[in-house]
Write a protein that binds this ligand. Structure first.
Ligand code: X90
Length: 280
């Protein structure tokens, strides 16, 4: 029986060694170029291009065909998508899954709407792999992953909300505040899978304590935690040090955002996914 996890590139896992896995790319599109969020992309080059570029830019999610072609040949398919609250990727994956199961009634498939992105999606993918490798059957995996994701959270800290605002993914008034020099926006993925602002912090120190307060407030007690950053390694390390001081056994990994999260989180942005209390 061939099982696969397919995620769109918003999870920042363009490759994943834990199970049979494929990443389907989102795209970043300007008037002059298109950037495909896969391993061949020169990410720092894209960020530098976009810094200079003054025109319009947008993103596009995988379409039904992209998802469908990634599924071919597999008996059990688990799709993991960016939040349906901000992207059409989940809708495409669902339509693809409907077609796939209609054409292949003997196969099984399940689409997970993370209501999140980046490192929280990565945690869900890692846990799916554990369940698959542990020999759970299809229905058990569905039940267990739904239980697991009630306990995962996403906290973010952004220096600019320009691309989010320009693409209608966040309120323009909020984006203006983030544009003020030195202001960092700390927030979470809401229950609906949209951006929820928790704090506007002035300066790095204040932002760091707001991030830690936020993570602890969501019931983090030293489990898995993933920090994905866009050109913000120092911030990621500062968060790591603060977490390790409180929880020396924390299972913490720092990684870079891929293109989609880099485009929206922008340079200086940090996303933190972690296990915590049950979401209320
Ligand atoms: O379909 C598309 O074109 C993709 C649209 C994605 C829009 C938002 C991406 C956000 C990336 C920013 C901070 C974290 C926010 C989390 C809220 C759930 C990262």
């Amino acid at each position: 029986m061939k099982t696969i996890i397919i995620s769109d590139s918003s999870s920042d896992l363009l490759q994943f060694g834990g199970a049979e896995y494929k990443s389907v790319p989102l795209k970043i599109i300007t008037d002059v170029r298109e950037y495909t969020d896969d391993e061949n992309l020169d990410l720092d080059g894209m960020i530098a291009d976009l810094k200079k570029y003054k025109g319009k830019s947008k993103t596009s999610c995988p379409n039904v065909e992209d998802w469908l072609s990634a599924m071919q040949g597999y008996d059990r398919v688990f799709c993991v998508t960016i939040t349906s609250g901000l992207s059409g990727s989940n809708n495409s994956a669902n339509l693809a899954m409907r077609d796939y199961l209609e054409q292949n009634p003997d196969k099984e498939g399940y689409v997970i709407d993370t209501l999140s992105t980046g490192p929280e999606s990565a945690l869900i993918i890692e846990k799916l792999a554990e369940f698959i490798n542990g020999g759970l059957d299809f229905d058990e995996i569905k039940t267990e992953i739904e239980k697991y994701r009630k306990h995962t959270h996403l906290t973010f800290c952004l220096e600019s909300l320009r691309n989010l605002a320009n693409n209608g993914r966040v309120n323009a008034a909020v984006a203006k505040i983030a544009g003020i020099l030195g202001i960092r926006i700390v927030g979470v993925a809401s229950r609906e899978g949209t951006l929820e602002i928790s704090e506007k912090a002035r300066g790095g120190e204040k932002a760091l304590s707001a991030i830690i307060k936020n993570i602890l407030g969501n019931g983090y007690i030293g489990g898995k935690i993933r920090i994905h950053h866009c050109q913000a390694l120092e911030t990621a390390k500062a968060i790591r040090n603060a977490i390790m001081e409180l929880f020396p056994k924390a299972e913490l990994i720092i990684a870079k955002t891929a293109a989609l999260c880099s485009f929206y989180a922008e340079s200086g942005g940090v996303l933190i996914g972690y296990e915590g209390a049950e979401k209320c």
